[in-house]
Design a protein around this ligand. Sequence first.
Ligand SMILES: Cc1cc2nc3c(=O)[nH]c(=O)nc-3n(C[C@H](O)[C@H](O)[C@H](O)COP(=O)(O)OP(=O)(O)OC[C@H]3O[C@@H](n4cnc5c(N)ncnc54)[C@H](O)[C@@H]3O)c2cc1C
Length: 333
Amino acid sequence: MKKNSDILGEASGNNQFRLHLGFHYARHNRTRIQSRDGYARFTERYPTLSKPIENNLYVVPKFDSLVDFDTYRLIMFSSGIHFQELRSNEWPSYLKDVDGVLKVDEHVLLIEKAREHFKQKLAGKIRLNTKVECAEQQGNAALVNGEKFDFVIDATWGHLSDIDYDCFYEPTLLLYYRYKGKGEYPAITMVDGPLCSIYPTEKEGIYTLSSVKHTPLGKYDTSAEAKQRLRDFTDSDLKIKIAEMEAHVKSFVPDFCEHFEFDSPQFNIKTKLLGEHDDRSCYVKTDDRMISVFSGKIDTIFFAAQKVCDYLERYVHGEITPQEMAKNKQGHV
Ligand SMILES: Cc1cc2nc3c(=O)[nH]c(=O)nc-3n(C[C@H](O)[C@H](O)[C@H](O)COP(=O)(O)OP(=O)(O)OC[C@H]3O[C@@H](n4cnc5c(N)ncnc54)[C@H](O)[C@@H]3O)c2cc1C
């Protein structure tokens, strides 16, 4: 059941469309490893739903990164993530104060194609325009809006009911820009810390600008408060945000505005785990017939699917012991 009229209508269809490989997460091992493995599985299983980016650069700036370039490179190397290190004479000349640059194989997700693909796959199996008001276990069944099912998998990213994690809701603003030049502009991601990135979308000449500092529009304890923040956002707020995000990116790419013009905003909500280490990995919690998926990045769909299928298989074969059932309620896998 899905409250929207189409699939991939919330965060999964409104994000930066980066098929992560782990380079964004120097401070979190579990996230890096899930992305590294998820990338391999995604490109193998859905070869037509993402495409490579010719020039995809991760840039460690000299003064603003939380780690120096050698440390950053060592972390990626020891995580088994492939990259090519650029020599200083290969660094783009328009970048300011660079400590080092890695060229990487990350892809961009083709979200329109993905929408069509999964719509066909799910035809007849998904109920659109159906908001779940209540999901609970009752005896040997799971009830959703009063209707009986075998199990419930809550994959609403905490929007159905408050979730059992130390997390918060972050309304977000990404900006779409039109590239004024010919050909392709590189994907440029500054790491590590509250920095920014320019990333292509599936549409030719359209890029997203994201800033870890300015993309968040607040930090809220509930989904309802985060949604209200988006409703309250005004045109003059948008003008201020555009100025802030452009100033941020110009501190690394000074001629950004000569190459790009603003196109449109993209609003959404992230559900994030607390912690400066940036844990963006996926967790699955089970409580008898109720299963809850705390999504990581899009590449973690395989991790989530495997955890859920393993649990269901063991459940139907009576292999979940009462002790394990109690443990799963408290912990997560
Ligand atoms: C600004 C931004 C940039 C991001 N960039 C990237 C990136 O580049 N790469 C990446 O891998 N990830 C990125 N992410 C993270 C990624 O978008 C999420 O990890 C992923 O989309 C979460 O998917 P999900 O299915 O759990 O949540 P969502 O896509 O938010 O889906 C939740 C679903 O629950 C449904 N729902 C909610 N409440 C109810 C209800 N009561 N009844 C019925 N249905 C309900 C909604 O209709 C929706 O279909 C980004 C996120 C944001 C916000």
